[in-house]
Every structure is written in structure tokens, then in C-alpha cells.
Design a protein around this ligand. Structure first.
Ligand code: GLC
Length: 430
């Protein structure tokens, strides 16, 4: 088939994955409404979870333990806060939650809470100082209903994790119990914090204009500083659990992915824009086009037949088109290669545009006229590494906010989960 033969396939791909500014504005308006009702406990999809944390002063000092549990890796750290926004990582140990070579997987329903936290404690044991007690902040990157900084009940798992015995329980108590069982009684867990919040805390430690934090990685989420949280006399960081937003402009491949996922109907925005899912959207789309005979090749390559066989790293490699990183089978006809790359690019750009629409809603809530500068602190591999991602977000913000977009500066805030957890532990101590 020549390139003209593939023309209808390209047109239909564009139609499926291109979002207009009109659609994004609509989504931002619906997102704002959901934020408002979520703050009063009646949202369909945005939980708007209070963090019991407020902005750091920048003067926080001391040595704290930090635990980062995000769903892919677990990391234990010892962090020294110097004040004036400065910090040093004194020690750190990390391990993946799944390691096929070492024959373990701490992410499935076959893992119990005690097995998981015993594993976490082996890492903490390696960083904890030999003498004295130490306060710990725990970045736990899942939706928790909090009634205090140290009382956070897991509402449900996201990002396809399924460890048993945690949902509904106070994660701080579970960790405390595991620390006691492991003989680590010198560690005092004082704070459970979402990763979007730790990212924002870290940025706000050095710059008080940082008032939105976001994760664009395996999962997607956003938090912000809410000036008037019902029942609180001071501004509070709110974990929106943005990935669960449901009024999304989804296409049939998003619906297919959702139907086959662990929790159909939930996490609809996350399933369209986070690293856990982008490769699978691409795989489902390309498989469908191949099966309908719309591509040049008669058969879809065997290595892509399995669900989740294609990762976001594979898409990054496709976009970079570097020969070393090429994931395309050499047998593919040239038009198909172009089709696969175009699909990757459209899916990545759509993700960035959805994220920009959600941030637009948050910005319009906290500063409707955009009359002052805002820093959006972002962590996550998509924002940091995916070719074209950060640029597509900036372009979409300009499209949605016009000239006022110059008030917004998007800033990569790496490793917030460590420093932010230490800052949260510091607020928990006081
Ligand atoms: C998922 C979690 C959320 C977390 C995000 C990024 O959306 O539900 O709590 O912040 O992933 O890790």
C-alpha cells in the first residue's frame, strides 16, 4: 500500500485524538464545577481531599526521615532541612516494587499489607541514624481521606495496584505497626502526604508564589493552595485527585481501555493522560487499525499483542526516532512506521492538552483574572522526559489563557516526594 492508501487511516487517527480549544474550555469549566462541589462533599468525581498542611515558611530546619511510596518504586531517605529553602539528602535507599529477576511483586492482591510494609521497613532500616528518635513524613501517592496529618485512610487503589488489607485503614497506623514489628521504634511516623502535595511543598519552600503542584508520571494528579477550605481557618493544600475527573472527551479506545482495567469507570482522566496508560491506548488503537486492514502490514507484530506490552518509554523511543531506541520491528512497511509514530505523537499531545485544561480550571478558581504570578510545580517522567510534552502543555496554556498565560510559570520540581515529606514531617512535629 502506498502512502495515499493510508490517507484515510491518518485522517481518522487525527479525528480520534485531536482536542479543540473549545473542547478543552468545556472540560475546564466542568472541572471547575466539580472542584466547587467536591469542596462541599458532593462531586461526581473530584474528591478534593484536605491535606492538613499549609505553605511552608522557608525557615524549616532539622533532620527527617522520608518515605516515598508511589506505586512503581519505594524509596527511604534521610533529609536535612537547612532553612532558606535549602536541603541536603543525607542518605537514600530505593527498590522497585516488582522485580521479576528477584522473583517478587509487591503490587498485586496476593501481597498482604504486612508483607509490603515489612519490605518498606528493610529500606528504612538502612537509612535511619544509629542514635536518637526521628520523625518521618510519608509520601503515599494514592487517594486518602484525612482527618489529621497522621490519619489518612486509603479510599481505593489507583494505577492498578491491589495490595490487600490497606483500603479503609489508616496508612500511618499500618506503618507504625510494621516499624514496631521490625524493631524500628526510633522512627516516629507523623505525616501522610500525597505526592502532588509534596511536590508543591518543595517548590513553595523556596518560592511562595508556587501554589499549584502536579504529577505527570505513572499517575496524574494536581493539588493547590485553597484559601477557604470549609472548616479551616488557614489556607490548606487540597489534593484534587484530578486523575479521577470523569467528564472527559474520551474516544472508543479510551472506553476499551477503561472497560478492561481494574476499576472501570474510575480514573478516567488519568487513563487518558498518565504514563501507566499511554502505551496501552497506542497499542489498542494500532491493533484495531491493523485488524481492520487499514494499515500496510497484514499482521500486527506479535510482540504487541499482549495488553500493556507497549509502555510510555516505548512511545518516547518512537518519538525520538533514535535508531538505538527504535522499538519498531524492521519488517514494517514505511507508511506503517509513520502511522505508529503519528499515533504516539497524537496520544502524547492529547495527554498534555488534557493536563493543561485541568490546570486552567484550577487557575481560574484561585485567581479568575490571573492578576498575579503563579508557579505550577511539576514532577514526573512524562513532564521531564517525554519529547514534546512540556512544550505542548505550555502551548495549550497559552491557547486557553491568552496573554495572561505569561503569569504562569511551569517548573520541574524533581524529588519533591523526599523534601516535601520532610517538610510535612516538620509541620507534623509542630
Ligand atoms: C494517582 C493517585 C494520586 C497520585 C497520582 C500520581 O492518580 O490516585 O493520589 O497523586 O496517581 O502519583
Amino acid at each position: 500500500m502506498n502512502s495515499l492508501g493510508l490517507f484515510p487511516a491518518f485522517v481518522s487517527l487525527q479525528t480520534l485524538f485531536t482536542l479543540t480549544a473549545y473542547q478543552l474550555n468545556d472540560m475546564a469549566a466542568a472541572f471547575s464545577q466539580e472542584m466547587e462541589s467536591g469542596l462541599h462533599g458532593s462531586s461526581q468525581s473530584l474528591a478534593m481531599l484536605p491535606s492538613y498542611l499549609t505553605c511552608p515558611t522557608g525557615r524549616e530546619q532539622g533532620i527527617y526521615a522520608a518515605l516515598d511510596f508511589g506505586g512503581t518504586n519505594v524509596r527511604a531517605m534521610l533529609i536535612k532541612l537547612h532553612g532558606q529553602g535549602r536541603f541536603t539528602v543525607l542518605a537514600q535507599r530505593a527498590a522497585p516494587l516488582t522485580d521479576r529477576l528477584a522473583c517478587y511483586d509487591y503490587t498485586t492482591s496476593r501481597t498482604t499489607v504486612s508483607e509490603l510494609f515489612a519490605f518498606v521497613c528493610t529500606l528504612l532500616a538502612e537509612i535511619v541514624p544509629v542514635h536518637g528518635t526521628i520523625t518521618l513524613g510519608h509520601t503515599f501517592s494514592f487517594p486518602c481521606r484525612q482527618t489529621a496529618l497522621n490519619d489518612a485512610r486509603l479510599l481505593h487503589w489507583t494505577k492498578e495496584l491491589a495490595v490487600s488489607g490497606i483500603v479503609g485503614h489508616n496508612v500511618n497506623d499500618l506503618l507504625q505497626k510494621a516499624l514496631t514489628t521490625s524493631g524500628l521504634t526510633r522512627i516516629r511516623p507523623a505525616a501522610i502526604v500525597n505526592d502532588a502535595v509534596t511536590t508543591l511543598l518543595t517548590a513553595a519552600y523556596t518560592d511562595s508564589t508556587a501554589d499549584i503542584g502536579s504529577i505527570c508520571g505513572t499517575g496524574h494528579n494536581t493539588c493547590y493552595l485553597e484559601p477557604h477550605f470549609p472548616g479551616s481557618s488557614r489556607p490548606m493544600y487540597i489534593n484534587i485527585e484530578a486523575g479521577n475527573f470523569s467528564a472527559v472527551p474520551a474516544n472508543r479506545f479510551d472506553d476499551l481501555l477503561d472497560a478492561a482495567s481494574d476499576r472501570p469507570g474510575s480514573g478516567r482522566l488519568e487513563k487518558m493522560c498518565s504514563g501507566r496508560y499511554l502505551g496501552e491506548i497506542w497499542r489498542l488503537t494500532c491493533l484495531d487499525f491493523a485488524q481492520k486492514g487499514l494499515l500496510g502490514a497484514k499482521q500486527f507484530p506479535q510482540q504487541w499483542q499482549t495488553p500493556y506490552a507497549v509502555t510510555t518509554q516505548d512511545l518516547a523511543a518512537l518519538l525520538e526516532a533514535s535508531p538505538a531506541a527504535l522499538v519498531l520491528p524492521p519488517t514494517l512497511v514505511q507508511q506503517d512506521q509513520l502511522f505508529f509514530r503519528t499515533a504516539a505523537s497524537l496520544i502524547v499531545v492529547r495527554s498534555a492538552r488534557l493536563v493543561a485544561a485541568a490546570w486552567t480550571a484550577v487557575l481560574r478558581r484561585i485567581d479568575p483574572e490571573l492578576s498575579r504570578p503563579h508557579i505550577i510545580a511539576i514532577d514526573g517522567s512524562l513532564y521531564e522526559k517525554l519529547p514534546g510534552y512540556a512544550a505542548a502543555i505550555t502551548a495549550s496554556l497559552s491557547e486557553l489563557l491568552g496573554k495572561k498565560a505569561s503569569q504562569i510559570s511551569c517548573r520541574l520540581a524533581k524529588d519533591g516526594s523526599g523534601v516535601g515529606a520532610a517538610l510535612a514531617a516538620c509541620q507534623g512535629e509542630n
